[in-house]
Ligand binder design. Structure first.
Ligand code: T5A
Length: 210
């Protein structure tokens, strides 16, 4: 299975991905966990470029191509081989992040983003996507509680941007109800994990029977 976690910054994606990884491993599954941008040596270098506050003059289209380049590398080098080996792949963000942030957030044309997403992934799509839905104020509160207090280039965008991104995710979920499942990210970590597990089990059973 290939499962992605999406949502605005601090929605709790990494927390839930790690809990689902433990759940799969307890069941004897071989799990590959990845993140975007990153997950490969090249992707981690691109991540530094993308998130560094030093590149505040980065153009929106350069940003789009850098995210896509990191994704193309990760898909070919890690995701496709892991899925071929029958491993479970859990990923912290995938192409929906580009649709939500660069498309709905920055306002780049959605039809062009769709073409680029398809080229970067080669059509490798998640079986299931969890969209952790959180509002801007709650996201900022969690950020303020973080130890280092540092803000990267994208986190420093304003409320309007993150509201567009959040609404973009909800639109993606409306457009693809079979793949994307929205979860209220203000619930407790355990409550969200239970929903994630229930949905994963359901999808897993469907796949076995198909
Ligand atoms: N981006 C990325 C794009 O613009 N386009 C793209 O195509 C891609 C792939 C990536 C940035 O790049 C952008 C999006 C991002 O801005 P990142 O550092 O990977 O940067 O950012 P995030 O993915 O947002 O990672 P974060 O660590 O910031 O957020 P998470 O993973 O959603 O949250 P998590 O699990 O680390 O939790 C955050 C805090 O909240 C607490 C945790 O303990 C932690 O302190 N928490 C909860 N608190 C209360 N209740 C819960 N249910 C909680 N769950 C977690």
């Amino acid at each position: 299975m290939f499962i992605s976690f999406e949502g605005i910054d601090f929605a709790g994606k990494t927390t839930q991905l790690e809990k689902l990884r433990a759940w799969f491993e307890e069941r004897g599954e071989n799990v590959e966990t990845l993140r975007e941008p990153g997950g490969t040596a090249l992707g981690e270098r691109i991540r530094e470029l993308l998130l560094s506050a030093a590149h505040e003059d980065m153009t929106e289209s350069a940003e789009l191509f850098l995210f896509s380049a990191a994704r193309a590398q990760l898909t070919r080098a890690k995701i496709e081989p892991a899925l071929r080996d029958g491993r479970v792949v859990l990923i912290d963000r995938y192409y929906d992040s580009t649709t939500a942030y660069q498309g709905y957030g920055r306002g780049l044309p959605l039809d062009e983003i769709e073409i680029l997403n398809r080229a970067a992934t080669g059509g490798t799509n998640p079986d299931l996507t969890f969209i952790l839905d959180l509002d801007f104020d709650a996201s900022r509160r969690r950020q303020a509680e973080r130890d280092d207090g540092a803000t990267d280039r994208i986190e420093s965008a304003d409320r309007d941007f993150f509201e567009r991104v959040r609404n973009g995710y909800l639109t993606i979920a409306d457009d693809e109800p079979d793949r994307a499942r929205v979860i209220d990210a203000t619930g407790s970590i355990e409550t969200i994990h239970e929903i994630v597990v229930r949905e994963t089990e359901r999808r897993y059973a469907e796949r076995k029977n198909s």
